[in-house]
Design a protein around this ligand. Structure first.
Ligand code: AVJ
Length: 330
């Protein structure tokens, strides 16, 4: 593989730290307290998420994997330019381990598509691991890894000529609140030309018990994933969260379609954050909201697309209708 060294986002480490400090200062000062799931993914968080994807309760990854396998030919056709030899960029936001994407990458290579794969992730470890494994498994693939947040990656790519197919798999779109989701999709859609495509994975509404179990597994891996945020704040901001005094709690609301995850202090406590020179007080069982994982319906996806000026070109689902991979076009 012609894998270039990962390009790093122009925002420096100090800027990242400033963002985190600002985020924590704001989030822990408001009522109810909030911290964002975007901060789950330090190297340890990315490792725990890998474990989550293999859990028996966590159906989304397995389901989307099956779905991509089943529809690989139709998906590849929908994503690549109509002129067979026209080069294009296949940009993936939040690439992670790329296990699902490899299905499409293989199929595109086998059918002679000329493209450069640009995996984008905020975890350098994830992107580097992926680039290394691709070098092994798909030596003929052209890879340009990019360590950046999504906004930065999109702006970088918008300035390059050539067609783009943008992948946003795994129902990561479910992490946005409805208003943020609309704004994000408009931001994604804005730089697209008529022949560009978007492929987005949406977890669908289903038996609420199945959904809830996926976010509260028996082995406690999801709990560790959520609690890792406290460990991260202790390490990066010199906070003194006592991890044993916190629990993971989650619920699913079938009306809004939202799984919400919380960090719950089991007793009243004060937490000092050295980097902010500030102390935050928590009442016993005062929820700190850390994540939303929205579940979708077809009408919701149609209106989301329409709002961003996009059309649903293809709508692929698995045999149980658990998950959808949707191709959108301007
Ligand atoms: C990576 C955002 C798709 O919301 O299902 C898994 C993250 N959180 N278990 C999801 C997650 C708890 C996951 N996404």
């Amino acid at each position: 593989a012609t894998a270039s060294a990962p390009a790093f986002s122009p925002s420096s480490q100090t800027e990242e730290l400033e963002k985190l400090k600002q985020h924590v200062a704001t989030g822990l000062s408001r009522t109810p307290k909030t911290l964002s799931s975007t901060y789950f993914y330090d190297d340890e968080g990315s490792r725990l998420f890998q474990q989550i994807m293999a859990l028996p309760e966590y159906y989304p990854t397995r389901t989307e994997f099956g779905l991509l396998t089943r529809h690989q030919a139709a998906l590849s056709t929908a994503l690549r330019p109509t002129a067979a030899q026209e080069p294009f960029y296949l940009l993936e936001l939040g690439a992670g381990d790329g296990l699902k994407t490899k299905i499409l990458l293989r199929h595109l290579l086998d059918t002679g598509a000329a493209f450069t794969y640009v995996p984008v992730d905020i975890s350098a470890a994830a992107v580097e691991g992926l680039a290394a494994s691709l070098q092994q498994e798909l030596p003929e693939l052209r890879v340009e890894p990019l360590v950046a947040d999504y906004g930065t990656a999109l702006r970088l790519m918008a300035s390059r000529s050539g067609r783009k197919a943008v992948l946003f798999l795994g129902s990561t779109i479910g992490n946005f609140l409805p208003a943020e989701r609309q704004a994000f999709l408009r931001e994604l859609a804005a730089p697209l030309s008529a022949d560009d495509r978007l492929l987005i994975g949406f977890d669908l509404q289903k038996d609420p018990r199945l959904i809830r179990a996926a976010y509260d597994d028996a082995q406690g891996v999801t709990a560790a994933f959520n609690l890792n945020l406290l460990t991260r704040l202790n390490r990066e901001l010199g906070a003194d969260f006592e991890r044993a005094a916190w629990q993971h709690y989650t619920d699913y609301d079938p009306l809004s379609g939202a799984v919400r995850s919380f960090l719950m202090p089991t007793k009243a406590q004060h937490v000092h954050v050295a980097a902010l020179n500030q102390t935050f007080s928590f009442a016993a069982w005062e929820p700190v909201h850390t994540e939303n994982s929205y579940k979708f319906t077809r009408p919701l996806i149609d209106s989301l697309a329409a709002d961003a000026g996009l059309t649903v070109a293809e709508f692929f689902t698995d045999e149980r209708d658990y998950f959808a991979d949707v191709v959108l076009r301007p």
